[in-house]
Design a protein around this ligand. Structure first.
Ligand SMILES: Nc1nc2c(ncn2[C@@H]2O[C@H](COP(=O)(O)OP(=O)(O)OP(=O)(O)O)[C@@H](O)[C@H]2O)c(=O)[nH]1
Ligand SMILES: [Mg+2]
Length: 319
């Protein structure tokens, strides 16, 4: 899937991409340099859909190039999702000129596109004039184009821009038969795990941290969990040394290496177990009570055949 992120300089395009696809927080991207030309990066969105993001640096010297006869086809063709982003604290007729050219070429080279998404960014700023920018960009658009353009005021800083992008990409997942098949298969594997363990399972994608699927139902019904992120691998290295010493004491031959596999959390009412499934996925099990047979059934599930099936599915290259 080719995602084209386009718009004038300083709009927040790279910030949006980094925070959404890499799970970075806004502070981490606060000092981004202007993007030089087109930056292309691949991500696996929600663990099931491959994105090829074309982030077009918006400085004037690059814009001229993108619109030039020799480059426009390369940039504007075969686009699956077209996003135009502007800084809504800047009301400048140049913004409209860029938008017009963008629309002209996007519809020339990707005529199949149902929608073009326009993000009016930085509405968190006091000086944001999103209403004026909306007027600037929407006045006198041809009728046959107007209804295909969706304008949304957003803020990368406050998170609404990422929510909007995720919504847009989730819509693409729904339209993609392949993604829906993958999702169905994962859901089936999770349901297998769940069987007779009195627990719920949630599978998360790394590094964006987004939910892939769960035994609760579709991810759309789990809005509050959309930005959930797990960071594994920060356990104290002392643990490894202690483990080695104990193995020596116990005279264990063929010392097998200690891998970070399952982390167990505990509350008054349940256990929460977290385990890495693959480099790109983490599973979480939440037990319905604290009975020991439930706990051991989950441990069995997370070390058994169903888990291995899931691991195999999430590990093999499918794209
Ligand atoms: N206040 C505020 N600042 C933002 C927001 N989004 C991005 N910024 C800031 O705007 C500046 C530009 O962000 P970038 O993501 O580099 O913008 P860009 O569109 O990629 O710029 P070019 O690569 O030059 O086209 C950075 O300093 C960001 O921290 C937002 O929602 N609110
Ligand atoms: Mg940029």
């Amino acid at each position: 899937m080719k995602i084209l992120l386009f718009g004038p300089q300083n709009a927040g395009k790279t910030s949006l991409m980094r925070t959404t696809c890499l799970g970075y927080n806004f502070m981490k991207v606060a000092n981004l340099k202007p993007t030089k030309g087109i930056s292309r990066e691949n991500f696996i969105f929600r663990g099931i859909m491959e994105l090829n993001v074309w982030d077009a640096g918006g400085q004037e010297r690059y814009l001229e190039r993108y619109f030039s006869e020799s480059q426009r086809e390369l940039i504007f063709s075969e686009v699956t999702t077209a996003i135009f982003m502007v800084d809504s604290s800047v009301v400048d007729s140049r913004g409209r000129e860029i938008f017009n050219k963008f629309l002209e070429y996007i519809y020339e080279f990707s005529p199949h596109l149902e929608k073009v998404y326009v993000l009016l960014n930085k509405i968190d700023l006091l000086e944001s004039k999103e209403d004026d920018v909306f007027k600037l960009l929407s006045t006198d658009l041809a009728d046959n184009i107007r209804y295909k353009i969706a304008f949304t005021p957003v803020s990368v800083k406050e998170g609404s821009a990422q929510h909007r992008l995720i919504e847009i990409l989730d819509y693409e997942i729904q339209k993609s038969t392949l993604s829906m098949q993958r999702l169905g298969r994962i859901r089936f594997l999770l349901d297998q795990l769940k069987m007779s363990t009195l627990s719920e399972y949630l599978l998360f994608n790394q590094p964006d941290g987004l939910l892939i699927s769960s035994t609760f139902g579709k991810f759309e019904s789990l809005k509050p969990l959309e930005f959930m992120k797990f960071e594994m691998g920060t356990l104290d290295s002392n643990l490894y040394v202690i483990y080695q010493k104990i193995m020596e004491l116990l005279n264990m031959q063929n010392l097998s290496p200690l891998a970070l596999s399952t982390i167990v959390f505990e509350s008054d009412v349940c256990f929460v177990l977290v385990k890495e499934v693959s480099e790109s996925a983490v599973i979480m099990a939440v037990t319905k009570n604290k009975k020991m047979d439930v706990f051991s059934s989950v441990i069995n599930a997370l070390t058994g055949d169903s888990f291995n099936d899931l691991k195999e599915f999430m590990t093999k290259p499918q794209f």
